[in-house]
Design a protein around this ligand. Structure first.
Ligand code: SF4
Length: 196
């Protein structure tokens, strides 16, 4: 007899209950969700999710500097909004502020913003999705104009490496079950880790 697969919420609930019962895991409540107090991510997560970013920035600058200085300015502004104010909305209030987490920002943000514990992260996480979309799409027609299918595929490919690395090495360990990125990415992570 085949047992029905448990849905995502049931799996997340089971994971949380398992943590709650483990006396070695200290639990805190964040935005109504029970989370381990100590960052649940392995150290490699922050490194792996960071690796695509220098390539993303260099490729975007190369493509747009050769084609449209105006759009280079627009892309740079979008990147700075993503890299700084969004970290104020997401990373400064995060319970893993100052710890190694799914990205390098857990360790970097304390140099820029004070901790704002208790503030909800959901708005910032939705804006992260908007940022990923804008940063990915702007260079596509310009990459096509100067490099055709090869450069366009290279640009989309390098961005997709990040978009795959985040769920596989970040969201897979993340306790924030309300996160819209994690909701979409956990299925991919479960498939990759063979935990479906
Ligand atoms: S689910 Fe993924 S994107 Fe969302 S907060 Fe967790 S690690 Fe970050």
């Amino acid at each position: 007899m085949t047992l029905p697969l448990k849905n995502e919420n049931e799996m997340d609930k089971m994971k949380t209950e398992k943590n709650m019962k483990n006396p070695d895991v200290e639990i805190i409540v964040h935005n109504g969700i029970s989370c381990p107090k100590k960052s649940p991510w392995p150290k490699k997560s922050a490194i792996i999710t960071f690796i695509p970013w220098p390539f993303i920035v260099l490729m975007a600058v190369y493509i747009l500097a050769k084609t449209s200085i105006l759009m280079l300015g627009v892309w740079s502004a979008a990147f700075l909004l993503f890299a700084i104010p969004l970290r104020y909305l997401i990373c400064a209030p995060c319970p893993y502020y100052g710890q190694s987490c799914s990205t390098i920002m857990g360790k970097v943000v304390p140099f820029v913003f004070k901790n704002r514990p208790g503030t909800p992260l959901a708005l910032g996480l939705w804006l992260d999705i908007v940022s990923f979309t804008v940063l990915l799409i702007i260079p596509i027609p310009y990459a096509w104009n100067i490099g055709g299918v090869g450069l366009t595929a290279a640009w989309v490919g390098v961005f997709l490496i990040f978009l795959f690395a985040l769920p596989i090495y970040g969201c897979h360990y993340c306790p924030f079950t309300y996160c819209p990125i994690g909701k979409a990415g956990r299925g991919l992570a479960r498939w990759f880790h063979g935990t479906t």
